[in-house]
Write a protein that binds this ligand. Structure first.
Ligand SMILES: [Zn+2]
Length: 103
């Protein structure tokens, strides 16, 4: 996606990660992005840096461009646990609950 801002920040309050939909705790480092959302509006996103990295990788592997972008959560809902194969352990752990519910 065309981004205006892509930077690492330290959380002063809790945020929800747009990748895994779990909480980014105060004190944790998170990735802050702003730019144009799929709807063409201005958007701002908060991510665990490793969630973001894996989301970008999945979108690239699937050839998804800006207007087809899927969040990590959407990838997992659609593709199941397979999409987390090889993902960093903390990322897999954030989805442990989601994946158990589905199976
Ligand atoms: Zn996350």
């Amino acid at each position: 996606m065309p981004l205006e801002r892509d930077e690492l920040r330290k959380a002063r309050k809790a945020h929800r990660c747009d990748g895994c939909e779990r909480t980014i705790q105060p004190g944790e480092t998170y990735q802050y992005l702003t730019g144009m959302s799929i709807d063409g509006d201005f958007g701002a996103w908060h991510y665990h840096p490793d969630c973001r990295a894996w989301e970008v990788r999945l979108c690239r592997e699937n050839g998804l461009r800006h207007d087809e972008w899927m969040t990590l959560f959407e990838h997992v809902c659609e593709g199941g646990p397979l999409v987390l194969d090889g993902a960093p352990e903390p990322v897999r752990a954030r989805f442990a609950g989601v994946l158990t519910e589905q199976t």
